[in-house]
Ligand binder design. Structure first.
Ligand SMILES: [Zn+2]
Length: 264
């Protein structure tokens, strides 16, 4: 058989079986949700998440600032061409979440706990890996059920029932649980993304410390869906020690104060 034909057949076969390479681990994985379905899931759930989480903060400057940092991360990610959307939601809970299409949300409560642009970048980078490694669509199909998730996307159910279903599952997505492996991948990959985007990775460790400290006095939603920060912190520290870092990586405390804290 001609080589090109063989190659084409192989490509078609891999598409049919839904075998994709996880960009973070380099391992082959099965994912039965296609990229266009991921986009559709995102489109359908985004309005529901925004509604349930107090809608977007109505300050275009804060939104643009966050979107700008997000764009720097996307540029160095494994999906530089995907149309990621970063937004701050007006909710007091301390949380950050992602939808499979690349809609990434961070709450007012989370923004208030942080003190630098690099810390914000670490949270956005962690969430971005949940998208690029396709953790979100896999976790959603596990939690909601593959068939149901796709039937919602395919709009097979009649409109009224569908929006009720989306509303019900919206709550689950806000506290979507990832496996420990997924979280580890998101930490490791997020650390790489933030460094490549020019941020000081020690800020990631600081976020863990802030959340750890705060969780002693109040419930942190982000931690209820994520493993406890103590071990993650030690792992991150070890990884940072083993990296050769450029001296001019950004921390951005005054930038963060000016663009976020002073405006919240
Ligand atoms: Zn996570």
């Amino acid at each position: 058989m001609h080589k090109t034909v063989l190659l084409l057949l192989l490509i078609i076969l891999s598409l049919l079986t839904g075998c994709v390479t996880n960009p973070i681990t380099g391992e082959k994985e099965f994912n039965f949700i296609s990229e266009s379905q991921e986009m559709q899931i995102g489109r359908q759930y985004a309005p529901e998440i925004e509604k349930q989480m107090g809608s977007k903060i109505k300050d275009p400057d804060i939104q643009n600032y966050i979107a700008g940092i997000g764009a720097k991360i996307v540029r160095v990610s494994h999906m530089p061409d995907r149309d990621f959307k970063f937004a701050a939601l007006d909710h007091k809970s301390v949380n950050a979440m992602a939808l499979p299409d690349g809609s990434i949300y961070i709450t007012r409560g989370m923004l208030e706990t942080m003190t630098s642009e690099a810390q914000l970048a670490s949270v956005l980078a962690h969430e971005a890996v949940h998208v690029t490694a396709r953790h979100v669509s896999l976790a959603m199909s596990k939690q909601i059920g593959f068939d149901l998730l796709l039937s919602i996307v395919a709009s097979k159910t009649e409109m009224g029932t569908m929006s009720k279903t989306i509303a019900n599952y919206g709550k689950q997505i806000i506290s979507l649980r990832f496996s420990r492996d997924d979280e580890h991948e998101a930490d490791v990959g997020g650390l790489d993304y933030m460094i490549k985007a020019g941020y000081n990775p020690n800020a990631f460790v600081e976020v863990m410390e802030i959340l750890e400290k705060q969780s002693k006095t109040k419930p942190i939603e982000f931690l209820s869906s994520h493993p406890l920060p103590a071990r993650r912190k030690e792992d991150l520290k070890m990884r940072i020690r083993n990296k050769r870092l450029s001296k001019n990586l950004m921390v951005g405390e005054s930038e963060y104060k000016k663009n976020v804290l002073d405006k919240l």
